[in-house]
Ligand binder design. Structure first.
Ligand SMILES: NC(=O)c1ccc[n+]([C@@H]2O[C@H](COP(=O)([O-])OP(=O)(O)OC[C@H]3O[C@@H](n4cnc5c(N)ncnc54)[C@H](O)[C@@H]3O)[C@@H](O)[C@H]2O)c1
Length: 269
């Protein structure tokens, strides 16, 4: 009898945060294409509803939720709804994130805290409540795979995005600590981080504009060339990130946990 490919996600239930646009929307589509039942959430209720309609029109069965990842009770409600409505909970992609493009000396403490709140605290809350649900005896109880979106900016410093670098560095080590804890406690839950280089999304394009605003490039064309020249293979596509996340979500990556997965067209090589 032929075996099912380890890369398939058939029978698994996934939740992707910040999936109203950009990388989150693409990741959700890849997980669905590989067989997962997918729930998507975003603080922007209209955007996540539109993505749900788009994915439904492609033939996928999708649940969508308005969900601010900084709100702990909303995490509990969304995970409870996923388990109740979809019959399980196996994969979390902590994708929601924000950046701020500003020189460190001009960054307000309020802004710095807000960047940590969404990127680090949001990922922490997702980990906390998903581990509780996925671990043996939890509401879903079958273990799982959690993938946290960090960045190449979580591995080295960049001019103009110090708050974001601090936050994504936090996500990187939060991932490793969670992976070790879940592994040593025998929960059957793997936790990995993904570190993309530049991808054209609303966030990516804001970075190009921010470099012009800060006087670090003279025009959008120049900032585009500046960032493009850092990537030997050129800019990535959202589907590149979707493919990596699908692999980390699948049984094909069963022996991978606590690892940082750089996906940047050779930038950091
Ligand atoms: N685009 C890139 O070049 C790039 C590179 C490295 C890492 N990343 C990371 O990938 C992830 C996705 O980035 P993107 O480029 O698609 O960004 P984006 O700004 O295009 O989309 C982010 C989505 O997250 C949602 N969101 C923001 N704050 C939220 C909150 N508090 N609760 C719930 N949803 C919230 C937004 O509404 C939006 O739909 C982020 O974590 C980002 O830091 C992106």
């Amino acid at each position: 009898m032929q075996q099912q490919s380890d890369y398939q996600l058939n029978g698994l239930v996934a939740l992707v945060t910040g999936a109203g646009r950009g990388l989150g929307a693409s990741i959700a589509e890849h997980l669905a294409a590989n067989g997962a039942a997918v729930a998507i959430s975003d603080r922007d209720g209209d955007a996540v509803q539109q993505q749900a309609e788009r994915l439904t029109s492609l033939g996928y069965k999708v649940h969508s939720y308005q969900h601010d990842v900084c709100n702990e009770s909303q995490w509990q409600d969304v995970i409870g709804a996923v388990v109740a409505n979809m019959g399980g909970y196996d994969i979390l992609v902590n994708n929601a994130g924000i950046e701020d493009i500003c020189l460190l000396e001009n960054t307000s403490l309020e802004t710095f805290k807000r960047i940590q709140d969404v990127n680090v605290n949001g990922s922490f809350l997702g980990l906390k409540h998903s581990i509780a649900a996925m671990k043996p005896g939890g509401a879903a109880g079958k273990g799982g795979s959690i993938i946290n979106l960090s960045s190449v900016a979580g591995m080295s410093g960049f001019t103009g995005i110090s708050s974001y670098c601090a936050a994504k560095g936090g996500v990187r080590l939060l991932t490793k600590a969670a992976a070790r804890e879940c592994g040593e406690l025998g929960y059957g839950i793997r936790v990995n981080s993904v570190h993309p280089g530049f991808v054209h999304t609303e966030m990516g394009n804001n970075l190009l504009e921010g470099y012009v605003r800060l006087g670090l490039a003279e025009s959008i064309e120049q900032s585009t060339e500046l960032f493009k020249s850092m990537h030997p293979l050129g800019f990535g596509q959202p589907k590149d990130i979707g493919n990596l996340v699908s692999f980390l979500a699948s049984p094909a990556s069963a022996w991978i946990t606590g690892s940082e997965h750089v996906i940047d067209g050779g930038w950091k090589s």
